[in-house]
Design a protein. Structure first.
Length: 84
C-alpha cells in the first residue's frame, strides 16, 4: 500500500487500493454539480446549461457595465475589465 496514513486507512476500510486523498470530496462535488445542472436544466428548459453558466453571465454583464463606466470616465476605449 502506498500513500499517507489516512489514505492507507481508507484503502484498508474500503478495499479501494487506488484511493487517494480527496477522492471522496471530488465524488461528492461531482455528484452535487450534476444534480444542480439537472435542476437548472429542468427549470430553464436549457439542456445545454453547465454549472457556472449563470455566474458567468452575471459577471459578464457586470464586467461590461464596469468597462462602460471606465470608458466614460477615462476616455480609454481600449480598457478591458481587469486592466486596472
Amino acid at each position: 500500500r502506498q500513500g499517507n496514513a489516512f489514505e492507507q486507512v481508507v484503502q484498508r476500510v474500503t478495499g479501494d487500493e487506488d484511493y487517494k486523498f480527496g477522492d471522496i470530496t471530488r465524488s461528492v462535488v461531482d455528484s452535487t454539480t450534476h444534480s444542480v445542472e439537472d435542476v437548472v436544466r429542468a427549470v430553464t428548459h436549457d439542456e445545454n446549461y453547465q454549472f457556472g453558466d449563470i455566474t458567468k453571465k452575471a459577471l459578464g454583464s457586470t464586467a461590461g457595465g464596469i468597462e462602460g463606466v471606465v470608458h466614460s470616465l477615462t476616455g480609454n476605449e481600449d480598457y478591458k475589465f481587469g486592466d486596472l
